[in-house]
Design a binder for this molecule. Structure first.
Ligand code: SF4
Ligand code: SF4
Length: 333
């Protein structure tokens, strides 16, 4: 995910389930030499980022952009209770922007929604993480009872096979996102689990995105590949061919001043660069490229249709890479 997709009004967290064991926030804090313990939840400097304007008086985050909230914390973590109403206020004021809110604490959602939530905000999609069957069985019934205009599931880090039946059959879930584990001591991700989950989503015509494979890839329990680089993980997931977008998740967005519903042609449309984005599995769920995240200097922005044409021309070559194992580090048996 590019950094312009992300808004972290607070940072820090404490672990609640198996999926948290190797939480990347703790690892990245350690790599960066952050002295404050990662378990100390604190407001960040970018608390009001969605309200920031440029020198022309326009919002820096454009109408129609999709922003991921609290990717280095949990929106419903206990320590953030005192700031959450301010967060909701910002989300309410930016009724022209889509906010993606992910939590491992669905039991804390109902008690911490804004007073005017009703059936949900039009510009918010709520996701829960269900990293294995046990967590799915515990979290889904709680999440099912929460009113929301848009809901999804995130299976990350995927730690085992999951039967998503009750959630997909409920008709509430618009998208399922899935990723393997990264960084230090990654636990295996079995491609067979992913294919099975993708098939469940296909059966229910639910959008599915396997955005990165994780480092330690297995096939029916047997070591398959070790992919330490995220770019290769993303390419692997893309070429595995499991991702399906059956429909656009449509958000009703409104002008923040006049509260008039915005037309599609008034909204931000992601653009992509014709090298880094070409075989990136996150394309389905990201906010597009603004050239700020380690992109090559000679990048060229193209709309998704043109990117798909370029991709088609290189697809055979990439599939040869996918099947040959070239560049992949083989895992010791
Ligand atoms: S809930 Fe999320 S941010 Fe918090 S420890 Fe677990 S993985 Fe990390
Ligand atoms: S598609 Fe491009 S902008 Fe989006 S996550 Fe991938 S590399 Fe980044």
């Amino acid at each position: 995910m590019a950094t312009h997709d992300i808004w972290n009004p607070w940072h820090g967290c404490h672990k609640v389930s198996a999926g948290c064991r190797n939480c990347y926030m703790f690892q990245l804090d350690a790599q960066r030499g952050v002295t404050m313990p990662s378990t100390v939840v604190h407001r960040t400097q970018e608390f009001d980022k969605p309200l920031k304007k440029d020198r022309h008086g326009d919002f820096k985050i454009k109408a129609g952009e999709r922003i991921r909230v609290n990717m280095t914390s949990d929106t419903f973590v206990e320590e953030a209770d005192e700031w959450r109403d301010e967060m909701w206020d910002i989300i309410r004021r930016r009724c022209d922007v889509v906010f993606y809110i992910l939590t491992k604490r669905p039991e804390r959602i109902a008690g911490h929604l804004p007073a005017d939530w009703g059936e949900g905000y039009e510009n918010v999609i709520l996701h829960i993480t269900t990293e294995n069957q046990n967590m799915f069985n515990r979290r889904w019934p709680v999440f099912e009872a929460i009113p929301a205009k848009h809901k999804g599931l995130t299976l990350a880090p995927l730690l085992g096979p999951i039967d998503l039946g009750p959630a997909l059959e409920s008709g509430q879930i618009e998208q399922v996102e899935c990723g393997g584990e990264n960084y230090a001591n990654p636990r295996p991700c079995d491609v067979a689990w992913v294919y099975d989950i993708a098939a469940q989503c296909l059966k229910h015509t639910t959008n599915f995105c396997w955005y990165e494979s994780g480092t330690d890839l297995r096939w029916h329990g047997r070591p398959l590949r070790n992919l330490p680089w995220k770019t290769e993980q993303s390419r692997f997931a893309f070429l595995a061919g499991t991702n399906r977008k059956h429909h656009d998740v449509r958000f009703r967005l409104f002008d923040p001043v006049y509260h008039r519903e915005l037309d599609d042609d008034e909204l931000y449309h992601p653009r992509y660069n014709d090298s880094r984005c070409l075989f990136c599995a996150s394309r389905m769920i990201c906010n597009g490229c603004n050239g700020s995240d380690h992109c090559p200097k000679d990048l060229r922005f193209v709309p998704v249709e043109e990117l798909e044409r370029i991709e088609a021309g290189k697809h055979d070559e990439m599939m040869r890479w996918f099947h040959s194992g070239e560049h992949w580090i083989r895992t010791k048996a």
